[in-house]
Write a protein that binds this ligand. Structure first.
Ligand code: M6R
Length: 611
């Protein structure tokens, strides 16, 4: 996730910015940069790599400045290279800007400005914003007003900080959907994406609200709305320590990432849903649309959680796009001499984009002539570079080893792909497509509702955390959810857990069921609901403890299960986006009760770059 910091005061800005950026490193990033005002000019240093590299560079180019901005970038639009790193400077070299978030309508803005003769230097969405501010600045000569006018034309999310060489005593900051905090000290002011970047200078802060714009000078600060109205703001005293700030106030990164999902799910679909047309647009697949539409077969390859997302994708794509799909563990695919033709499309799914087995599977598929696509979270990763085309999931960096928000963002991308192909291949009608688009857009709120049950789920965890084994059962779209729920539990709590298709239980695992076995059954009201009820009866008959994930008012299951967690209803193929949330929370709380190292479970690595 990008990080930003800004300073205006009497002290040397560069060390303050570099130290602030170091404190933001925990958020994950791929490049870093600073811009300062010096002798009437904007001076920028930026490069791909670590803040330490930037610091080495800055030692060679010492600045004397008391106002500046700094950024750590986690690439979303454009490769993580020197050019695309922030700050971005407008074509006149007057304004420098740093940005967290995504400008959704950046390509329309860019096309318009390019038609007016403005030359762009980067592939980023952010550059459109600084160039747009610049066009208003030409007319108004007032930075704050120009930022405000530009922001009125922007769709998407932002936390920004802007400086101009024509107004060297000013720093402008604005927020919409990306957190921003102002720091207040005697004669000096700060802005940051989170308080960890500034807390060693001041504990007096103002948390900006969405739609706020702040102007900082050495003499004070002013907070208004983007519509130029005064706003009430409160100065707060930060009492928590840096570690707490980094984790957003949560005890672990995993919990923070679980709670980020309403936002990350929205980010994965942002700008990709065409509601009126009842379809989706995936820019990264533009050049391979005909290969996809005409594919004889799709093979999804991945590992771990990403493989589970692939299984959900198989159900979706076969049901709604009517293309045969196979899902393969990348580690098997690469060695089993697969039969592939140029009419096959291989989709590799990976959070990190660096998993060795998935990378090897891609190379194998390319050698055999298939079109190879990637669904990755990390921009510019090896898998993103080696595939013919692909889609980024935009979940932001995932720090907890157990994958949570990356999984749901992969499901969103697969849903969008299904919607797009289902529509173009004629298997989803316009009305149905519109309904699916609406449903997708409602998922973040529904996830929010489930997250409110965290206490209830913690109580369940308290009751079952001493179990030695657990069984997870689901059918249809929720069979992969069962696998993922079991994986979450085993990897962070070290309880042996198995996921099974519910009906398969009677072919073996039923022998394990006794009064000590928690059995988690995922049972939303879908077309196989009745069948799942029969499976629950089978568990009850053997005294298994049934924990059921159900839709509201499911009295039949409520009578059968010892513990019920309700999730809102949705259309069948989006169901795993909701049902997985309580399972993530359950695994998390059980691991905490067992005193396990949640974020760094034993023997596991975040990115498995070896075979
Ligand atoms: O980065 P990738 O998605 O390619 O990683 C694949 C697996 O290693 C990963 O999903 C792993 O299973 C996680 N620890 C699951 O929580």
């Amino acid at each position: 996730m990008c990080g930003l910091v800004g300073y205006i005061g009497d002290r040397e800005a560069t060390p303050i910015l570099l130290n602030g950026l170091k404190r933001l490193e925990y958020r994950g990033y791929d490049s870093a940069g600073i811009a300062v005002l010096q002798n009437g000019n904007i001076d920028v240093l930026k490069r791909a790599g670590k803040v330490n590299d930037l610091e080495t560079l800055s030692a060679l180019h010492p600045f004397a400045s008391t106002v500046g901005i700094g950024h750590t970038r986690w690439a979303t639009h454009g490769e993580p290279n020197d050019q695309n790193a922030h700050p971005h400077v407008d074509h006149t070299g007057t304004i420098a800007l740093i940005h967290n978030g995504i400008i959704e309508n950046y390509s329309a803005i860019r096309r318009r400005l390019e038609r007016d003769g403005i030359e762009f230097k980067t592939d980023t969405d952010t550059e459109s914003l600084v160039q747009l501010i610049s066009t208003f600045y030409d007319i108004t000569g007032n930075l704050e007003q120009s930022v405000r006018l530009a922001l009125k034309e922007v769709d998407g999310t932002y936390g920004i900080a802007v400086i101009s060489s024509r107004e060297p005593g000013k720093l402008i900051a604005a927020r919409m959907g990306s957190p921003l905090v102002l720091g207040i000290n005697d004669g000096e002011y700060f802005v940051a994406s989170d308080a960890s970047a500034i807390v060693h200078h001041t504990r007096q802060v103002i948390f900006l609200e969405d739609g706020n714009i702040a102007t900082l000078t050495r003499d004070g600060y002013e907070v208004k709305t983007i519509g130029d109205e005064a706003v009430e703001h409160k100065i707060e005293q930060i009492t928590f320590d840096i570690e707490q700030i980094e984790k957003g106030g949560y005890d672990h990164f995993m919990l923070k990432e679980i709670h980020e999902q309403p936002q990350t799910i929205m980010d994965s679909m942002r700008g990709r849903i065409l509601k009126d047309k009842g379809t989706a647009k995936l820019g990264g697949l533009r050049d391979v649309v005909s290969a996809l539409e005409g594919a004889r077969r799709i093979i999804i390859t991945a590992c771990g959680t990403s493989w589970h997302a692939g299984l959900v994708g198989e159900y979706m794509l076969e049901q709604y796009a009517r293309i045969p799909v196979e899902v393969e563990y990348a580690s098997e695919f690469r060695y089993r001499s697969p039969v592939l033709t140029e009419n096959d499309v291989v989709i590799a799914i990976s959070q990190s984009g660096e998993t060795a087995d998935t990378l090897a599977a891609i190379r194998e598929a390319k050698l055999r002539g298939a079109t190879v696509l990637g669904i990755c979270n990390v921009v510019g990763s090896s898998i993103a570079r080696e595939t013919h085309a692909g889609v980024y999931t935009h979940a932001g960096p995932e720090i907890g080893v157990a994958s949570t928000k990356a999984f749901t963002s992969q499901l969103v991308v697969l849903s969008l792909l299904t919607l797009m192909l289902g529509r173009t291949r004629g298997f989803i009608s316009l009305d149905e497509g519109r309904k699916f688009a609406d449903e997708l857009l409602s998922i973040p709120d529904k996830v929010r509702e489930i997250l409110e049950k965290a206490d209830e789920i913690r109580e369940l965890a308290r009751q079952i955390h001493t179990a030695n084994n657990a069984l997870y059962l689901g059918r249809g779209y929720n069979f992969p959810t069962a696998l993922e729920g079991a994986l979450k539990l085993k990897e962070i709590s070290y309880i042996h857990a198995e996921g099974y298709p519910a009906a398969e239980m009677k072919h073996g695992p039923i022998a394990l069921i006794d009064e000590n076995m928690p059995v988690v059954v995922i049972a939303p009201q879908d077309r196989i609901h009745e069948k799942v009820i029969s499976n629950i009866q089978e568990v009850r008959a053997r005294k298994g403890k049934v924990i059921a994930i159900v839709n509201r008012d499911d009295s039949t299951i409520e009578e059968l299960a010892q513990f019920v967690i309700e999730v809102p209803t949705t259309v069948d193929f989006l169901s795993p986006l909701l049902t997985i949330i309580p399972l993530q929370l359950l695994a998390y709380s059980i691991a905490v009760f067992r005193d396990c190292n949640v974020d760094q479970p034993r023997n596991l690595a975040k990115s498995v770059t070896v075979e």
